[in-house]
Design a binder for this molecule. Structure first.
Ligand code: AMP
Ligand code: MG
Length: 342
């Protein structure tokens, strides 16, 4: 692919209009959403959508999420909108919930990777909404990182991965949720969470009753219910080791000691409650804050920062499955080279 000049612009109204014109002309624009930065193109233009795959080096088998600025755009991309879809849309949109719906023939195959369904959401970030509204078309947008890497939560992260490959990056500051949207298949009964994310299982169940959760890695084999859900994904360059179970912290500490004696540089992603145990132990500590919400906001930035410091190994422990904990667990499992369960 040819190198182009990438403009990194603050997300002012003028720049949002410029970016919308770029999307209309078939160009690529990275923009903030409430989850992570997205790499957007006109979802109804097969050539433009194809460029997303090229820029990200994403396999054509991994479908994109189509972003809308209002429910009235749903009919442009979805052929059936069930009462359940409408109820979920009314409750959780704009917000980090992606619904899998039967697709309109108008949506190019490139966007849905040949599936007869389409993934749709309305983001709540004001810059995302203003951009999609001004572009006056549904916008296909996966995360704005190179395929397989850690998702970008700042414009700098996008620059690092995609400069020279896309036209514009709109800088709207760090993204407030920090992990991707929840992908919910409502064609399944009961509805199935294909990817845990920004809208928690608890919040979904409070509105629509029991949902199932696709086990991490289950999409690896055979018939893929959600083709992009590869087991190795979201990964830093360093080897990431995830500790799970009742003795996770103890095991993590002994692992650190053993790796240090083997001469390896260790980084750790830790919540405040665990920080004291690792400070002063020769470990590069990245603080994830007090709880799962702050951990979700900072976990990808933490992986990128520890990579930039040249550590050999990144250790972290599971933060449970309540609230955003489930989404964090899913991402850490996929990012991990090893999962040690105690
Ligand atoms: P990203 O936009 O990079 O966060 O990835 C979007 C993810 O949504 C894909 O990797 C798939 O796992 C999922 N997805 C998108 N479209 C569909 C679909 N039609 N059916 C099932 N899963 C989908
Ligand atoms: Mg992604």
């Amino acid at each position: 692919m040819c190198f182009m000049e990438t403009l990194l612009l603050p997300a002012t109204s003028d720049n949002i209009l410029l970016a919308a014109e770029t999307i209309k002309k078939g160009g690529l624009v990275a923009f903030p959403t409430e989850t992570v930065y997205g790499l957007g193109a006109n979802a109804l233009d097969a050539m433009a959508a194809g460029r997303i795959f090229e820029a990200k080096q994403r396999p054509a088998t991994d479908p994109l999420i189509v972003h809308l600025s209002g429910v009235e755009q749903m009919e442009q991309v979805a052929s059936q909108i069930s009462p359940l879809a409408l109820q979920l849309a009314e409750t959780f949109w704009p917000g980090p919930l992606t619904l899998i719906l039967p697709k309109q023939p108008l949506v190019p195959e490139a966007v849905t990777a040949g599936l007869n369904t389409v993934a749709v959401r309305i983001p709540s970030h004001p810059v995302a909404l203003a951009l999609i509204r001004a572009a006056n078309t549904p916008v296909a947008a996966p995360s704005a990182n190179r395929f397989g890497r850690t998702s970008p939560t700042t414009a700098r992260h996008v620059w690092h991965d995609l400069q020279g490959r896309i036209e514009i990056i709109l800088d709207g500051g760090p993204t407030p949720v920090g992990v991707e949207s929840t992908v919910l298949d409502i064609c399944a009964s009961p509805p199935c969470i294909l990817r845990p994310g920004g809208v928690t299982r608890e919040r979904l169940e409070a509105v629509i009753g029991p949902v199932t959760v696709l086990a991490s890695g289950a999409a690896l084999e055979g018939s893929l219910p959600s083709p992009g859900l590869l087991s190795k994904h979201y990964a830093p360059r360093a080897e990431l080791v995830l500790f799970m179970g009742a003795n996770a912290l103890q095991e993590l500490l002994s692992y650190v000691k053993a790796e240090q004696s083997a001469g390896r540089r260790i980084g750790a992603l830790v919540i405040n409650a665990d920080a004291d145990l690792l400070e002063g132990e020769g470990v590069l500590v990245y603080h994830l804050g007090a709880d799962v919400d702050s951990a979700a906001r900072s976990i990808y930035a933490g992986m990128r920062w520890l990579d930039s410091q040249g550590v050999d190994v990144i250790v972290c422990r599971d933060l449970g499955e309540s609230g955003l904990g489930l989404a964090i667990r899913d991402r850490l499992r996929r990012a991990a080279s090893r999962v040690i369960t105690t």
